[in-house]
Design a protein around this ligand. Structure first.
Ligand SMILES: CC(C)=CCC/C(C)=C/CC/C(C)=C/C=C/C(C)=C/C=C/C=C(C)/C=C/C=C(C)/C=C/C=C(C)/C=C/CC(C)(C)O
Ligand SMILES: C[S@@+](CC[C@H](N)C(=O)[O-])C[C@H]1O[C@@H](n2cnc3c(N)ncnc32)[C@H](O)[C@@H]1O
Length: 394
């Protein structure tokens, strides 16, 4: 059973770090933060701040932000309903009334109206003339970002795994649904994964490559590169994008055998047999193919705990010639303006997946140095929420 915290109504709020003994070690900043916390936790101060005209907007903003944290799951489920009903596709360029939509969604008019109003409140949809509903700014942006709808749909697994977050944190949750979905996570012999076990995650990764590949190829020019090897390259969607942008580039992909097979089919269909090869193996124990002058690890390193991540970075360095480059691209922790996506979303996502953690650029650069890279540099990406990039020199 999940643990339900019981509020202690009689005890006064006591914040840590206020004992006389602790005080000696506190910096000025710690003391200021203690004072601020005591003030904000004081319900009389809250009432005063909500009433006083100069502090009222701040109090209202903070209350809304805290409410949004409480309600996040509800908002996500409204988004999921819209995705499942393909509401954004239906309304793109064709705003409709609840009466028109209801039979197409297998809902009554009243039910459709409730969903549409909720989606309007979340800026997913927007009201139009004549009682019709059309896309809102978020709904339109979602349509323009391939893979977001698929991500939303697969969150059903994540949310079930997170139903008892403390059990998950304490490692008492047992086998999770995400471990089943990402069949290589925690598997002692990932190279033996059956084709059916890799299909779901390979398709999801491929669908969401649209927003990743462009970011990466915009951030780093491959003009002077001869052969790019994408390690953990999935079914080859990133390499397809690289091939289109850089027509002289040779392409190599390394992934688990069942995934490499899928990439082979994709390369053949794209007529890339002359330029692209896919090699199957396990990057934890098999040597990586030599011959590439640049290697990419796209959304790979955060999947692995420190020891495995360090070994993988070292294996890539060994496969590269001296002066060869590694592109380490993934969402990272501590990204200014997107802090929640790193430590909170990916922190708990990877916890549910059973392996890995999001790292800050500084942590990754320290791992790269420990793996023997001579230098590394954090590059600028246009949407750091989705992807950051470190380039390292072997
Ligand atoms: C014309 C007028 C009046 C105004 C225009 C104003 C203007 C300039 C507006 C800007 C509009 C605009 C360009 C909007 C752009 C919006 C974008 C780019 C939105 C992007 C959203 C992306 C989202 C929501 C991404 C979600 C990604 C998720 C959930 C990723 C999950 C990844 C997972 C689970 C990865 C798993 C891999 C593993 C296992 C960790 O390795
Ligand atoms: C999160 S996906 C990223 C796929 C792709 N780079 C992308 O960004 O779309 C991780 C990839 O690493 C591969 N992988 C996981 N463990 C592996 C291993 N031990 N050896 C080789 N590939 C592995 C998976 O099969 C999967 O394709």
């Amino acid at each position: 059973m999940p643990e339900i915290a019981q509020p202690n109504r009689s005890a006064p709020a006591r914040l840590p770090g206020t004992d006389k003994g602790d005080r000696k070690q506190q910096t000025l900043r710690d003391r200021w933060l203690d004072w601020r916390d005591r003030l904000i936790a004081n319900s009389r101060f809250q009432r005063w701040a909500a009433a006083f005209p100069l502090t009222r907007p701040i109090a209202q903003r903070r209350a809304t932000a805290l409410f949004d944290l409480c309600a996040g799951f509800v908002y996500s489920q409204i988004l999921l309903s819209c995705v499942q009903l393909k509401l954004f596709e239906r309304l793109a360029g064709d705003p409709q009334t609840p009466a028109q939509l209801a039979p197409r969604l297998s809902l009554t008019e009243q039910q459709a109206h409730r969903l549409l109003e909720a989606a309007v409140a979340l800026h997913l949809l927007q009201r139009r003339s004549g009682g019709r509903y059309g896309l809102g700014p978020h709904g339109a942006a979602l349509l323009g970002n391939g893979g977001v709808a698929e991500m939303v749909a697969h969150h059903a697994l994540l949310y079930r795994d997170l139903a008892d977050p403390l059990a998950l944190l304490r490692g008492e949750a047992g086998e999770t649904l995400l471990q089943g979905f990402w069949s290589y996570a925690r598997s002692p012999a990932p190279a033996e994964a059956a084709p059916a076990g890799v299909a779901g995650y390979s398709d999801l990764m491929s669908a969401s490559q649209a927003m990743i590949a462009e970011e990466l190829l915009e951030a780093y020019a491959l003009a002077d590169c001869r052969c790019l090897m994408d390690v953990g390259g999935g079914q080859g969607t990133f390499l397809l994008a690289a091939a289109q942008r850089w027509p002289n580039l040779q392409l190599r992909l390394f992934d688990l055998p069942a995934v490499a097979k899928r990439a082979e089919t994709v390369f053949a269909r794209a007529g890339l047999n002359e330029r692209a090869t896919a090699v199957g193996g396990d990057f934890h124990c098999d040597p990586l193919p030599q011959g590439a002058d640049i290697v990419s690890l796209v959304r790979i390193v955060h999947d692995h705990d420190d020891e495995a991540a360090l070994a993988l970075l070292a294996a890539v360095r060994t496969a590269l010639p001296r002066g060869g480059r590694l592109l380490l691209a993934e969402p990272m922790s501590g990204t200014p303006g997107a802090e929640a996506a790193g430590a909170a979303y990916f922190g708990f996502y990877l916890l549910a997946m059973g392996s890995g953690r999001p790292r800050t650029p500084a942590e990754l650069r320290a791992l790269l140095a420990a793996a023997g890279y001579r230098r590394s540099r954090l590059m600028t990406t246009r949407q750091p929420l989705l992807l950051r990039l470190i380039v390292a020199e072997a």
